[in-house]
Design a binder for this molecule. Structure first.
Ligand code: SAH
Ligand code: SF4
Ligand code: F3S
Length: 475
């Protein structure tokens, strides 16, 4: 079958490179006149996909001559990469942008940019147009690569720019990336989502599924491994449909198999895997692999088959449990984590109890749990039987109680064992302790040294609580 071309043309990327050069010249001139370089601050909300996109924005900003800074106050360029997954994420973006107004009042040179998932939605675009006049540039998720030309246009003409995303979403290869970490990296393998779970905004703001070519992904990972990266996470909203849109014969399991052949001391994680098409082949490939972490993130969302159906998840609990059992049969040590939503419209008390039962049956190592948040334009937001905030909170508390006990039991089973941990460096909250992650992503605290950062260590676990393990280094 002929390979589909879903990639933005080389000419378009070269055009953007030219704009990056032009802005760089302007920024060099600014430095010559003012004695300081222009600075850029990027704020990222939302998921790892947005983190990965921000590293491209940061790569482009660096190439344009901006110094990347971590405080907005002194910046000449502020980029807010937004998320729309829940109301809270949107409110945070708006309130932060509101604060940047004061920075702009002090520094008229400042350009404020909003991009990402929230600002693909028409009602938000209108909101920002009317109520946030200090936002200079806005563009959505399919126009990331256009950032240099849009910024140049703003610098030259001065007018506000509200760029409408193309309907045809495509893959941009060859953009510069400025990675935040020197041993952990994100690599997107596909973008977008075709699933339309009834509660979720992602398909509306990230477009249809499009996969990167296998050779591009493998090349990027080989380069990362060769330059010392130890932990690489493959990203996609549903990695199990990788390759389908290209109309080729390879799938995600084949991609993992190819990646695993790369020599080196590194781990590959991936997220997210949709239970409706998690295949035995994928689990088989993982179980014989050298580098694929024994960690499966498999969002379940709910335990009731009726709720799963209304959510449009296209699996039932029996199918879900079948995948979990197969993972455990092939890889008994595999850490399994999940996402759960409480208070989905029409979820009855009994149906919520079925989610609790499911947690007890599956026994996840850890879950990410969310209170259902209505998203404008999604079918679930239109459903009449919305659950009250109080009830949603009550269910959340109950859910956490059940899961925390299970997480604690799992963690306690680790006491006395020696595990391989990738050291992240000094712990953020306690600067005399080091922290790292096990292959399954569990956080471990231990006494370390600066030179441990970015290395795999053997740690003997001495103590465990619900959210963390504590241990000592073993030579
Ligand atoms: N593509 C991934 C999920 C991405 S969003 C998947 O299908 O598994 C991450 C999580 O956010 C989802 O798994 C879901 O649990 C949660 N989520 C999505 N929309 C939500 C909403 N409207 N309210 C509350 N939680 C939501
Ligand atoms: Fe959202 Fe469902 Fe797509 Fe995940 S699979 S991004 S939950 S629509
Ligand atoms: Fe991610 Fe939020 Fe967009 S979760 S895909 S940044 S809506």
């Amino acid at each position: 079958m002929a390979e589909k071309n879903n990639t933005i043309s080389v000419e378009e990327i070269e055009k953007q490179n030219k704009y990056m050069e032009l802005i760089r010249k302007e920024n060099d001139l600014f430095e010559a006149e003012n004695g300081v370089r222009r600075r850029a601050f990027i704020l990222t909300l939302g998921c790892q996909q947005n983190e990965a996109d921000s590293e491209k924005l940061s790569g482009m900003a660096s190439k344009m001559g901006y110094d990347i800074v971590y405080e907005p106050d002194e910046a000449s360029l502020i980029i807010v990469n937004t998320c729309a997954i829940r109301e809270h994420a949107e409110q945070r973006a708006l309130s932060l942008v509101g604060q940047y107004k004061h920075i702009k009042a002090r520094n008229p040179d400042l350009k404020i940019v909003m991009c990402g998932c929230m600002v693909v939605q028409e009602h938000r675009i209108q909101d920002i147009k009317m109520k946030y006049p200090y936002v200079d540039i806005l563009f959505g998720t399919s126009s990331l690569h256009r950032f240099p030309s849009l910024l140049y246009e703003k610098m030259e003409k001065g007018k506000r720019i509200f760029y409408r995303d193309e309907k045809e979403y495509a893959v941009a290869e060859g953009l510069p990336i400025r990675r935040e970490n020197r041993f952990k990296a994100w690599v997107s393998v596909m973008y977008g989502c075709n699933n339309f779970c009834s509660y979720c905004i992602v398909p509306y703001v990230r477009g249809r599924e499009r996969s990167r070519k296998m050779e591009e992904v493998v090349k990027e990972i080989r380069e990362l491994v060769n330059s010392g990266y130890k932990d690489i996470t493959l990203l996609g909203q549903n990695v199990n449909s990788y390759g389908k849109d290209l109309g080729l014969s390879y799938d995600f399991a084949d991609l993992l198999f190819e990646i695993d052949k790369i020599d080196g001391d590194y781990l590959i994680h991936f997220m997210t895997s949709h239970p409706k098409d998690a295949s035995k082949k994928l689990i088989d490939v993982m179980s014989v692999s050298k580098h694929i972490a024994r960690h499966f993130h498999l969002p379940m969302q709910a335990g009731s088959d009726r709720v799963l159906k209304v959510m449009n998840r296209r699996y039932d609990f029996e199918k879900y449990m079948g995948i979990v059992e197969y993972i455990r049969e092939k890889m008994p040590e595999c850490v399994i984590t999940s996402d759960i939503i409480v208070g989905f419209p029409s979820e009855s008390d009994d149906e919520f109890e079925m989610t609790l039962d499911a947690l007890k049956k599956v026994r996840f190592d850890m879950i990410y749990s969310f209170i259902y948040s209505p998203r404008k334009g999604t079918p679930a937001a239109e459903m009449e039987e919305q659950i009250s905030t109080d009830e949603k909170k009550r269910r959340m508390d109950k859910l956490l109680k059940v899961q925390n006990e299970i997480s604690l039991e799992h963690n306690k089973e680790m006491v006395g064992k020696t595990v391989r941990v990738l050291c992240d460096g000094l712990s953020k909250n306690n600067d005399s302790v080091y922290s790292g992650r096990t292959e399954g992503g569990k956080i471990v605290f231990f006494d370390g040294e600066l030179c441990d950062t970015g290395r795999f260590l053997n740690i003997k676990i001495e103590r465990a609580d619900t959210f963390a393990l504590y241990g000592n280094k073993i030579d």
